[in-house]
Every structure is written in C-alpha cells, then in structure tokens.
Design a protein around this ligand. Structure first.
Ligand SMILES: Cc1cc2nc3c(=O)[nH]c(=O)nc-3n(C[C@H](O)[C@H](O)[C@H](O)COP(=O)(O)O)c2cc1C
Length: 192
C-alpha cells in the first residue's frame, strides 16, 4: 500500500517565528516514524503575492503559486501549524488559502496545531481556522494540538523541554492518520 501524503503547512512568515521550531520538530518526528510521506510547506519561503485575482482568473500565475496549490491538492491530509495573531490566524495564511478553489481540499482531513507565547495555545485561532477549512471542503479533525508558552517548549540547545508534548503529538498524529486513511480508503472504494 502506498504511504499517505500529509505535508505540514506552516502558516506564518514572521522573521524569528517560534512556530517554525514547532513545525520542524513535528517534521523530524514524522520523518523518524517513517509511516507517511511528508514535507514542510513554509509560507515564509513561498512568498505568495497578495491576492488580486483568483488563480483560475489569472492568465500568468507565478510558479510558486501553482506549486503551492498543487502540493495541497495532491495531499491526502494536511497538518497545519500556525501561530495565533490578534486572536486569529495570520494574514499570510488566509491569503494563501484564498488562492485555493472552493472545494480544493474536499475530503482532506486537516489537523491543526496552534502556537502562542501566552497560556492559551491559540484556541481562538483554532476555532476560526476550522471555519476556513470547512469553506475549502476539508475536514478539520476534532483533535487539536495547542502549544502554549512556546518559548518554553525547547531549551537553549533546541531540545524539547516539555516531554509531555511528545505524547500529545503522538496521539494527535495518530488521529490525523486515522481520519486520512479512512478518507483515502473511502475514495478508493468509490472509484473501484
Ligand atoms: C502580530 C502578532 C499578533 C499576536 N497576537 C497574539 C494573540 O492574539 N494571542 C497570543 O496568545 N499571542 C499572540 N502573539 C504572540 C505569538 O503567540 C508569539 O509570537 C508566538 O511565538 C507564536 O508566533 P510566531 O510563530 O510568530 O513566533 C502575536 C504575535 C504577533 C507577531
């Protein structure tokens, strides 16, 4: 059986962002597990232009935009890591998702990991982002992975300080894989 494809989408481009450390840690854990195909889709690297027209209306869309949309379109599921900004999600993330066609992520499970420097772990951002996922036809999974006090998650050498995070991460990944596998199997049955 082919491995599931679940890329990690990082929803921030801020210089010095802490959420990049979280995304890289999750990526390293997934690579170590070797159960799924994954990669980091970092909006800080994509540098997508501010949306002035929809992708389908654009006569000459930039290469990186086509690549971004195609990677998400090909994914079986998505693990989204994003900081909370002003009780919501970063503008760069919304701008990127707005490029996708309305049902571009139909039947794709999305696991959301929200990151904040405060004590609540970005729960307002999580609630809002779930609505955005629904507008794309995606299935935000019931499990969540809020990371509160992110500056205390790693020590000065970049090692994990909060060992409980690893346990929460494992359970979150298991759930995301479960939903993704279920959706992929259902799509296979229908196309038989
Ligand atoms: C523009 C901006 C708005 C923010 N708004 C919030 C917020 O509403 N709630 C919160 O807990 N943290 C907020 N933060 C702090 C972030 O949680 C903090 O920067 C954390 O490290 C995650 O974001 P990062 O990946 O950009 O570092 C904000 C940070 C920025 C840069």
């Amino acid at each position: 059986m082919t491995k599931l494809s679940i890329p990690i989408l990082l929803g921030s481009c801020r210089i010095g962002r802490e959420s990049l450390k979280v995304a890289k840690f999750i990526l390293a854990e997934l690579v170590k597990q070797n159960l799924i195909n994954t990669e980091l889709i970092d909006l800080g690297e994509y540098k997508l232009p501010m949306l002035e027209e929809r992708l389908q209306d654009s006569s000459n869309p930039p290469e990186n935009l086509l690549k971004f949309c195609s990677k998400l379109g090909q994914a079986d599921g998505i693990l989204l890591v994003t900081p909370e900004y002003k009780n919501g999600y970063p503008g760069v993330l919304k701008n990127a998702l707005d490029y996708l066609e309305p049902k571009a992520l139909k039947y794709k499970p999305i696991g959301i990991c929200t990151v904040s420097s405060g004590g609540f772990g970005g729960l307002d951002c999580l609630a809002q982002l779930r609505l955005v996922c629904l507008a794309l036809g995606a299935l935000p999974i019931p499990d969540k992975l809020p990371v509160a006090n992110v500056k205390e998650l790693f020590d000065e050498n970049g090692n994990l300080s909060d060992l409980k995070f690893k346990i929460r991460l494992e359970s979150f990944i298991n759930e995301l894989v479960w939903y993704t596998e279920a959706m992929v199997n259902q799509k296979r049955c229908i196309s038989l």
